[in-house]
Write a protein that binds this ligand. Structure first.
Ligand SMILES: NC(=O)c1ccc[n+]([C@@H]2O[C@H](COP(=O)([O-])OP(=O)(O)OC[C@H]3O[C@@H](n4cnc5c(N)ncnc54)[C@H](OP(=O)(O)O)[C@@H]3O)[C@@H](O)[C@H]2O)c1
Length: 369
């Protein structure tokens, strides 16, 4: 399986070779220009821009980007719709003077609410942030109401061109490394006209890689009848749906790059994940040494389990997470650098997590290391 990196960073990984199965096959898989390239280096952490200019405002968004960049992160995942249409412009502003050393992934197909100064979405942002602060439980309701502020399914050739031009303007660049269809329905994947237009954009140098960022069932359809220009798949992969990566046989594939998003399952998934790890830490059938290492089930332990199962366990070379808080960035980078778990323990955890997903045995089930 392939990996994407900017080629500048040395990422030592000490995990008893658990991740080495992700090794790719060199030159033919590299980005051809700039410093950004596709290679066989160890798995990497990318910065998910989904919450920029949305969950937090400009100052906190720039601070999070700055911390990530300083820490060596060079892969930034955005979309035309993120931050009510404002995330790309902020990213472009931040990356001024740094463009050639980074990989920018963006998407088209979902339009943000009108981004004029009087748009409802924009005016509501401070109110929404305030509500989340005093009533975190309102998140689900707010997500539903804000989803109505975006418009999905814009996959005509005209939509593609308009969206890419808007992205390039906002990002202040003349190319994007990855352009993905953003949550298309399976029928969109049969549009010869759209894929011919995407091929033209690759030939023109405006797009290096074409991808799909979508739900599992769409990705399975994508693999079944994949237009050759599609070489990048981005999909949710976390403690609650690792089985998709398994079904897609990501580790064995060399015809596309896999990128995991939503690795913690969002804020709700963070709490659920910690509950699962606490359960495992308390279960008498979990090997004693592993039980110790799982305690306390805090951000660092969660990051270690999640990121190592997604990358080393599933063979996915790039994982993009939201990391607005510095402590999350630090925990995630530390987990990617060196795991507290050895290979046997990670394999045990992987097997148990997959079993719980399959609706099979409960985490407490007898399972020798
Ligand atoms: N269809 C698509 O294309 C699609 C769908 C979903 C996601 N994505 C991409 O994937 C990115 C990440 O997805 P997401 O934001 O939905 O979910 P996520 O990264 O799984 O979860 C984000 C939540 O986890 C927190 N977090 C991060 N590291 C943590 C740690 N070590 N311990 C505890 N909590 C931690 C974050 O906090 P803070 O951010 O506050 O630090 C945030 O609350 C998005 O930004 C986007 O780029 C793409």
């Amino acid at each position: 399986m392939k990996a994407i990196s900017n080629g500048e960073r040395d990422s030592p990984v000490d995990r008893d070779g658990w991740r080495s199965a992700s090794g790719g096959d060199a030159e033919g898989q590299r980005f051809s220009a700039g410093k950004a390239k596709l290679d066989a280096s160890p798995a990497e952490l990318g910065f998910g821009c989904g919450a920029l200019m949305g969950r937090v405002g400009r100052k906190a968004s720039l601070a999070a980007l700055g911390a990530a960049y300083e820490a060596g992160i060079r892969f930034f995942d955005s979309a035309r719709s993120y931050g009510y249409g404002e995330a790309e412009a902020l990213l472009g502003e931040f990356l001024r003077g740094r463009r050639s050393g980074v990989v920018i992934s963006t998407k088209f197909g979902i339009l943000p609410a009108s981004v004029g100064p009087l748009s409802a979405a924009r005016r509501l942002k401070p109110l929404v942030r305030g509500l989340l602060h005093v009533a975190p439980g309102a998140r689900r309701w707010l997500q539903g109401s804000l989803a109505a502020q975006r418009s999905a399914g814009h996959f005509s050739v005209a939509d593609l061109h308009a969206s890419l031009e808007a992205s390039l303007r906002a990002l202040k660049t003349d190319y994007v490394d990855v352009l993905s269809l953003h949550e298309p329905s399976p029928s969109v994947l049969t549009s010869d006209e759209l894929f011919a237009a995407l091929e033209d954009l690759v030939a023109a140098g405006k797009v290096r890689w074409v991808g799909v960022a979508a739900a599992p069932q769409v990705l399975e359809a994508t693999l079944a009848a994949r237009p050759s220009v599609l070489r990048y798949l981005q999909f949710p992969c976390n403690l609650f749906n690792l089985d998709l990566a398994k079904r897609l046989a990501v580790r064995e594939r060399t015809d596309f790059i896999a990128v995991a998003n939503h690795p913690f399952g969002g804020p709700a998934g963070v709490a659920r994940g910690k509950r699962l790890l606490s359960l495992l830490a308390a279960a008498p059938t979990t090997p004693a040494e592993l039980r110790e290492k799982l305690r306390p089930a805090d951000d660092a332990v969660l990051a270690d389990v999640v990121l190592n199962l997604v990358t080393g366990g599933m063979g996915i070379p790039m994982v993009v997470a939201s990391m607005l808080h510095l402590e999350h960035l630090r925990a995630n980078l530390a987990a990617m650098q060196k795991s507290r778990f050895d290979r046997k323990e990670l394999s045990w955890l992987l097997e148990v997590v997959l079993l719980t997903q399959a609706g099979g045995k409960k985490p407490e089930a007898e399972k020798p290391l």
